[in-house]
Design a protein around this ligand. Structure first.
Ligand code: ZN
Ligand code: ZN
Length: 109
């Protein structure tokens, strides 16, 4: 049901493998398999979590799998993450639209 991208076998803290499905582009935040990212310049490190999961929790973008079962843990809502957030290149993470813009400006880019 949940089409999580398949991660390469690299350990947390290591760069993703070249063709890893869970690797994000450091420049755009999009999966590196989307379109031609040449070389390793925009490769990212595996955090130990699927791309977007931590941001979903930080932004409160969560889905409850079953409203009638409070024992089930809420899941990250990756669809809302991509709809409502944008990639922050300075922080290397997704943030709600508008917030990262201000943070990027203060970094003087
Ligand atoms: Zn990987
Ligand atoms: Zn790239």
């Amino acid at each position: 049901m949940h089409d999580h991208p398949t991660h390469c076998s690299n350990s947390p803290g290591q760069l993703h493998g070249y063709d890893c499905h869970a690797a994000r582009c450091a420049d755009t935040g999009h999966p590196r398999l989307d379109r031609g990212h040449t070389g390793a310049a925009c490769n990212t490190r595996w955090s130990g979590h699927r791309p977007g999961e931590n941001e979903c929790r930080d932004c409160g973008l969560l889905i409850h799998p079953r409203a009638d079962n409070a024992d089930l843990l809420p899941l990250p809502d990756l669809h809302r993450l991509h709809a409502e957030c944008e990639w922050g290149i300075t922080r290397q993470r997704m943030a709600l639209r508008g917030r990262e813009t201000a943070a990027g400006a203060e970094a003087g880019q």
